[in-house]
Design a protein around this ligand. Structure first.
Ligand SMILES: Nc1ncnc2c1ncn2[C@@H]1O[C@H](COP(=O)(O)OP(=O)(O)OP(=O)(O)O)[C@@H](O)[C@H]1O
Ligand SMILES: [Mg+2]
Length: 329
C-alpha cells in the first residue's frame, strides 16, 4: 500500500496546504521566519513579494526540495518538512509544478517533455500515455505542436507546454513560479484566463508566485505578501485590496510612497522626507476575472462578499466592470 491515503479526499477537489510557523535560513541568513498560513483547497492563491524575499524558496519548501529550519508544511496530515523520503516521494505525486522558465528538456520535443512524468512515475502503456499527453496539450492550446523542440517555440508556448507537463499526473496542488514572467501583456492575459479555466476544470489548489500586480489584483481568491523576512499578510483578495496596512497598500497598488524602497526598506531620512505627503487614494477593487464558460469556480465568491461580511467599505468605484483598469503598469 502506498504511504499516501488516497481515500482521504475526493479526487479532483484539491487539498489544502497548512504552513505552520515555518522558518528558513541559508547559513546565517534568515530568508523568512515564523510564516503561517493555510492555502485553501481548490482555491487560487497568489504570493507576492519584492525580489529576493524568498518566494521561490517557499515553493521549494512546500514540495520538500528544501528543508526548513523549523515549522511544518502539512498536507493531508503529513508534514512534508519532516516525513521520510519514501513518503515525500508519494506526496510529491500530488503536485504539479510550473517552473519559471518552463524547465523543458531542450533536446526532447514537446510530446516527450510532457510525457516525461508519466513515463517516470506511472506504469501506463505508450498508448495510454498518448491519450493523456494529447488531452493536456489540447487543454493548453498546443495541439499540433507536439513535434516542436522547446527552442523552436515562443516563451508563451513554452510556459503552456510546462503547464501541460505540470498537469499530466492530475495534480491536487499546482505551484506556479512566475508563470507570467517574460510574457507580453496580451499573452499574460491569455495565460491568466487559462489558469482560471484550468482551476474550474481540475479543481486543484493553485499557488501562484508572480510579480504582476494586475494578475494579483484580478485573478486569485487569496493574496499573500512576503516582505522583510516575514509574511506581511495573507487572506482573501478583497481583504488585501482594501487594506490600509502600509506595506500591503504600497505593494498592491504599485505606489512609490510607503515603507518599501528601491532596495528593501527605506531608511529614516527617506521616510521623514515623505512624512508630510498624502497617500494616493486606494484604487477601486476590480471584479475578479471569470472562467470563460461563465460558470463560477468553486472558490469564487460574489464581488464584495468579504467587504460586506467584514463591514469594510471598499474604495469608490469598486466592483464596477467599467472601472477595471490597469494599475501601476
Ligand atoms: N540554495 C540556496 N542556497 C543559498 N541561498 C539561497 C538558495 N536559494 C535561494 N537562496 C537565497 O534566498 C533568497 C531568496 O531567494 P528566492 O529565489 O526565493 O527569492 P524570490 O523571492 O523568489 O526572488 P525573485 O522574485 O527575484 O524570483 C535569496 O537571497 C537567495 O540568494
Ligand atoms: Mg523567485
Amino acid at each position: 500500500m502506498s504511504a499516501v491515503q488516497t481515500d482521504k479526499w475526493a479526487p479532483g477537489m484539491g487539498v489544502e496546504i497548512k504552513i505552520d510557523h515555518l522558518t528558513k535560513s541559508f547559513g546565517k541568513q534568515m530568508i523568512w521566519g515564523d510564516v503561517s498560513l493555510v492555502v485553501p483547497a481548490g482555491e487560487i492563491s497568489v504570493m507576492l513579494g519584492p525580489s529576493g524575499t524568498g518566494k521561490s524558496v517557499l515553493l521549494k519548501t512546500i514540495i520538500g526540495l528544501l528543508k526548513p529550519d523549523s515549522g511544518a508544511v502539512v498536507i493531508e496530515g503529513t508534514d512534508i518538512a519532516s516525513c521520510p523520503e519514501k513518503e515525500l516521494y508519494e506526496i510529491r505525486k500530488l503536485f504539479g509544478v510550473l517552473f519559471q522558465d518552463g524547465a523543458m528538456f531542450g533536446s526532447m520535443n514537446l510530446y516527450d517533455n510532457v510525457a516525461f512524468p508519466l513515463r517516470e512515475h506511472t506504469k501506463k502503456s505508450e498508448s495510454q500515455i498518448r491519450e493523456v499527453v494529447m488531452e493536456k496539450m489540447d487543454l493548453v492550446g498546443l495541439l499540433g505542436a507536439e513535434d516542436k523542440l522547446p527552442g523552436e517555440i515562443s516563451g508563451g508556448m513554452r510556459k503552456r507546454a510546462g503547464l501541460a507537463r505540470a498537469l499530466v499526473l492530475d495534480p491536487e496542488i499546482v505551484l506556479f513560479d512566475e508563470p507570467d514572467s517574460g510574457l507580453d501583456p496580451v499573452r499574460t492575459a491569455f495565460l491568466n484566463q487559462l489558469i482560471i479555466d484550468l482551476n474550474t476544470q481540475i479543481d486543484a489548489t493553485f499557488l501562484i508566485v508572480t510579480h504582476d500586480i494586475n494578475t494579483a489584483r484580478t485573478v486569485p481568491d487569496n493574496i499573500g505578501l512576503l516582505y522583510h523576512r516575514h509574511l506581511a499578510m495573507f487572506g482573501p483578495r478583497e481583504m488585501l485590496l482594501s487594506s490600509e496596512e502600509p506595506v500591503v497598500r504600497q505593494f498592491l497598488n504599485a505606489q512609490r510612497v510607503g515603507p518599501i524602497g528601491m532596495s528593501e526598506e527605506k531608511d529614516a531620512d527617506e521616510l521623514a522626507a515623505e512624512s508630510g505627503q498624502e497617500l494616493p487614494p486606494l484604487p477601486p477593487i476590480p471584479i475578479q476575472q471569470e472562467p470563460s464558460n461563465g460558470i463560477p469556480r468553486r472558490g469564487q465568491r460574489p464581488a464584495g462578499t468579504w467587504c460586506q461580511e467584514n463591514g469594510v467599505t471598499p474604495p469608490p468605484g469598486s466592483f464596477d466592470p467599467g472601472m477595471n483598469m490597469t494599475v501601476g503598469a
